[in-house]
Design a protein around this ligand. Structure first.
Ligand code: DI6
Ligand code: FE
Length: 409
């Protein structure tokens, strides 16, 4: 008998491919073949080129289960020391995020806890968070630095991020977020800190291969447009893509700035203007929506979804997993919140945690079920795509595959 041509063939699948023209790229009674870590065939079962049993070393039926691309969480701050449960309490009693930040709480308190933690402690605290996301179907995870704010502490955060990817067998993409908050020791020396980020930290960490992209927090309580521009110029010189926390609490026209640099994404965007939307559309910059932060801050201003649609700006959804504004450990729930709070359709929300999230990371080898893509996929205990947004909490994952290998969740 001939060698089977594929490693593995799944039959009787409801495939949400996010490729092709049908809603969610849906293929019912579908089959998908994996070979050498890639998707080798995808289509309707009846169109398989031969009797299924002869085609792959392993052939199994998934009994009508939904199969999607592995989910992509394109914006997290998952590595940090400590927690901010106390701040949650303060906010519930009326303090605003800005008030807490200006009083020395907020990001700076997590910076202190992160600096005080050992590498092992940082890793041990982040691991269950990363595992929770993986158990919910995430196979590609972006993790930002930005709670170290000195060279050694930022380096430790980025190394822990890389180690999480290795130990869990998932893809981790790192973003350097040196311009997240002004560290206390630079209180009266803003320009010196921005200089250190641009000329000291960024080139050193990039040189060590720890940086896939550069981010900043462009906001009144963060960094100005001029300061953000400086770090973007440095990133450009180093050949690194940029992205930005933009228009979260106010409109500083950050989206237009990141678009000017051909940025991968502008993230948050509750206060985004129409000219910002137009700039993003022209540059192909993805809008990353973060409903977890909107929810936790009890924000009332909605991102301009209708304008983003009108200008065909792709919308990704992410957890923004962080201890202050979005202690959210389910990307699927983020997608559900994008439907309920932002009025995205389930299809838009699901594109937002697969194909459009991959684009927000500059990745084109994943996010759809199509021949040649990485074999990152999830078999769900669900029959139709909308269920992934509809169920709140609980576990729907049956199996997660990364690069064709089943991973333990
Ligand atoms: N915006 C956010 O939502 C997170 N960072 C940022 O710039 C919040 C980070 C934190 O509060 O710890
Ligand atoms: Fe964030």
């Amino acid at each position: 008998m001939n060698e089977p041509r594929w490693d593995r063939l799944l039959l009787n699948a409801t495939l949400a491919t996010f490729a092709g023209d049908s809603p969610c790229g849906l293929i019912e009674h579908g089959a998908i073949a994996l070979h050498h870590g890639r998707i080798a065939w995808v289509g309707r079962m009846e169109e398989l080129p031969d009797a299924p049993g002869t085609l792959a070393a392993t052939v199994e039926s998934v009994d009508g289960s939904l199969v999607t691309p592995g989910l992509v969480d394109c914006h997290t701050h998952l590595v940090f020391g400590g927690d901010r449960a106390r701040e949650f309490d303060l906010r519930l009693n009326g303090a605003s995020y800005e008030q807490i930040a200006r009083a020395g709480g907020g990001i700076v308190s997590t910076v202190n806890a992160t600096r005080a933690a050992s590498d092992e402690q940082l890793f041990a605290q982040a691991l269950p968070r990363a595992r929770a996301l993986l158990a919910d179907g995430v196979t590609t995870l972006e993790i930002k630095s930005g709670y170290g704010l000195d060279l050694e502490s930022e380096r430790r955060m980025l190394r822990v991020a890389r180690r999480l990817g290795r130990e869990l067998g998932i893809s981790v993409r790192t973003s350097f977020l040196g311009l997240h908050a002004l560290p206390p020791e630079y209180r009266d020396r803003r320009a010196d800190y921005v200089g250190l980020v641009c000329d000291g930290m960024l080139p050193a960490l990039a040189g060590e291969g720890l940086v896939d992209a550069v981010d900043a927090f462009c906001e009144h309580i963060g960094f100005s447009r001029a300061e953000t521009r400086r770090v973007f110029e440095r990133a450009q010189q180093l050949g690194l893509p940029v992205k930005l926390h933009a228009e979260q609490l106010s409109d500083l026209d950050g989206a237009a700035l990141v678009a000017e640099f051909g940025g991968l994404s502008a993230d948050h965007l509750e206060h985004l203007s129409e000219s910002g939307v137009e700039a993003m559309a022209r540059a192909g910059t993805v809008a990353v929506l973060l409903p977890g932060a909107f929810y936790a801050l009890r924000e009332t201003k909605l991102p301009p979804i209708a304008l983003l649609r009108e200008h065909h700006v792709p919308m990704a959804i992410a957890t923004d997993c962080n201890p202050g504004t979005s202690p959210l450990l389910s990307l699927r729930l983020a997608a559900g919140m994008a439907c309920t709070l932002f009025r995205l359709t389930p299809e838009e929300a699901l594109r937002g945690i697969t194909v459009d999230a991959a684009r927000a990371l500059g990745l084109y080898d994943r996010g759809t079920l199509a021949v040649g893509q990485r074999a990152d996929l999830v078999v769900w205990q669900a029959k139709q795509p909308a269920e992934l947004c509809y169920w709140i909490g609980g576990s729907l994952v049956h199996e997660v595959c990364v690069g064709g290998e089943s991973v333990t969740t």
